[in-house]
Write a protein that binds this ligand. Structure first.
Ligand code: UD1
Length: 386
């Protein structure tokens, strides 16, 4: 069951692994939370995900309406299908709505990307994470700290499987294609000579003063290196309300949301990423690209502790100071995170189909791939003060 752009990248490797199991029928339900072609259909196409068997077409709306509509439309479908397991992904409204329906119907719930916590109860995603994990029977954790969080919350250990990060499975699968596409070269950008920005969190884009300051910050950064800024529909709508010129200015280049492969290719050879996205914090860590996350917290602290991520406040002076430092001193090392090895979906399917178990106390993953060397960076608190 999927519903939004970041869900599709998580579904893709699991769908591929399940397709290889002839005895298993995998039914894909799309809630329709994201519905624009550029936010949805394009991803199914380029990630080679089979088209959804069912689309609930719920669209946008206030949280209660969106969540309620998904539950209302999913309940009869699940009651009819009676799957052995309902797999839900990530932390969006579609995730928690589907988990609620399945749990009440007595259907086993598997949560892919379990155990992430920002400890920020003002984020709708945090509420979705906590509730979904409480409802799940199988909790697929991407990292060791996520496993520890689940233990601390009292989840029975036998429900928790430390499988690794499915986003990295998709990244590994698509990277050769993304590099061959050379989206930077097609835009006349030199490798390592530009930045990529994305912003869509309500806390960053819904307040006009905050959004205008962030756009001004990116425009200022654009005076040093070109900044490509693909606009999420929410952000585009807010900018249109404010009468901001979509053609951009200085080095700031505003554009439509990009497809997964194009975005990956652009990020992979960028000098810097400025974002509030969860997935990009992970992808930049795996790629060794410096990432500034414009948030006071992250549910992915491992990307700050062992990766290339830095939390930055919304203030222009700090963002520019940290950005300029990151542009000046980039390490060529690529962090290696345990079980972020392109095999998370394989482990998930072994749990689902073979009854395998992946406890966190199992031996660490095999040797890192040859291009990588481990690196530990500053703690998020100190990074914030950089
Ligand atoms: C959702 C997730 C967020 C995730 C993000 C990724 C929740 C609570 N939030 O936020 O965790 O990081 O997706 O993109 O589930 N819109 C369109 N076309 C679309 C989709 C959205 O125009 O295809 C517009 C609508 O005006 C809508 C707004 O974007 O009101 C926000 O969409 P919504 O589904 O509410 O959440 P996101 O902000 O995308």
């Amino acid at each position: 069951m999927v519903g939004t752009r970041p869900n599709f990248m998580k579904l893709a490797p699991v769908a591929r692994m399940l397709a290889a199991r002839r005895a298993v029928t995998h039914v894909i339900v799309h809630t329709g939370q994201h519905y624009d072609a550029g936010m949805s259909a394009a991803f199914f196409d380029e990630l080679a995900i089979p088209l959804p068997d069912h689309n609930l077409e719920v669209g946008s709306g206030p949280h209660g309406v969106q969540t309620g509509l998904i539950m209302q439309r999913l309940e009869p479908l699940l009651a009819d299908l009676r799957p052995d397991t309902l797999l839900v992904y990530g932390d969006v409204n579609s995730t928690v709505a589907a988990a609620l329906v399945a749990a009440k119907l007595g259907i086993r719930v598997g949560h892919v990307e379990a155990g992430l916590r920002s400890r920020d109860w003002t984020m709708p995603e945090e509420i979705n994470r906590v509730v979904t994990d409480r409802l799940a029977d199988l909790l697929f954790a991407p990292s060791r700290d996520a496993v520890e969080t689940l233990h601390a919350e009292g989840v029975p250990p036998e429900r928790i499987h430390f499988v690794g990060n499915v986003m990295i499975d998709t990244l590994c699968w698509a990277l050769p294609q993304a590099q061959a596409l050379d989206p930077a070269g097609r835009r006349g950008l030199a490798p390592g000579g530009y930045a990529v920005a994305t912003l869509h969190r309500p806390s960053n884009v819904d307040n006009p003063a905050t959004l205008l300051e962030l756009v001004a910050t990116l425009a200022e950064l654009g005076r040093r290196v070109p900044v490509v800024f693909p606009l999420h529909p929410r952000t585009l709508a807010r900018l249109c309300d404010l009468g901001v010129d979509r053609s951009g200015h200085d080095g700031l280049r505003l554009c439509e949301p990009l497809g997964y492969v194009e975005m990956l290719g652009l990020v992979a050879s960028a000098a810097l990423v400025v974002t509030d996205s969860g997935g990009l914090q992970e992808e930049t860590t795996h790629l060794g690209i410096p990432c500034l996350t414009v948030r006071p917290n992250t549910e992915r602290p491992i990307t700050c502790l062992h990766g290339t991520n830095r939390l930055v406040p919304r203030d222009q002076k700090t963002i520019l100071a940290v950005a300029h430092r990151a542009l000046a001193y980039r390490s060529p090392a690529r962090p290696v995170l345990e079980r972020w090895d392109g095999r998370a979906a394989e482990r998930i399917v072994r749990v689902l189909c073979d009854g395998a178990a992946f406890p966190a106390d199992a031996p660490p993953a095999a040797a890192p791939p040859p291009h990588s060397e481990p690196r530990t960076l500053a703690r998020p608190e100190s990074a914030l003060l950089d």
